[in-house]
Design a protein around this ligand. Sequence first.
Ligand SMILES: [Zn+2]
Length: 234
Amino acid sequence: MLSFLYLDLNYFIIVGPALLLAIGAQLWVKGAIHRWSQVPSESGLTGRQVAQRVLDEAGIPGVQIEPSHGMLSDHYDPRERKLRLSPQVFDGRSVAAAAIAAHEAGHAIQHAQKYAPLELRNIAVPVAMFGSGVAPILFFVGLLLNSFNLALVGLIGFAAVAVFQLITLPVEFDASRRARAVLRDTNLIVSADEERGVNAVLTAAAMTYVAALVQTIMTLVYYVLILQSRSRRD
Ligand SMILES: [Zn+2]
């Protein structure tokens, strides 16, 4: 019983700060988007139009742009070659809408140019989905059954999630870098204030991916400590 108490305390000490960081990153990105959604872009173009311009500029035909449902649901689907933008971005004429639309178009450019980290990330998606869903269950079932090997399999599965999130970082940073460059080069963003807004939104969005990785790594550290203390006891 004491050891359980000790482990739970460990959870708060090790994973707690990472959880707070993740919550902070979410609040930060929502705040940045909220703020810059209220600033109209000088180009007056909607997010859909911005994405189309970015794709045209990069010489990438055949990518469909359609509205998606729900806030922050913006994404690029490489299988269907569709760029789905949330209603606020699709129809929005704000600095935030331009930034997000250009970022997602950046993913479509990565795909068309066979950008290696994106290809790697797409291959790793099923592994990561399996890992994040099943690995923690395997780990704790392994602990319950006193099966070190089963718990270890869970641990390795969870480590795969961390690797996936690590590969995601260059993909996200690169998409934002492309977005900034195209917005500037094509005069979709003109004033220094607009540029500040684009940077604020994209930097905050990138931080959510960093925070997610930190959270996974710290959870992994926690799992390793549990396994260590168990194997020491056995
Ligand atoms: Zn992205």
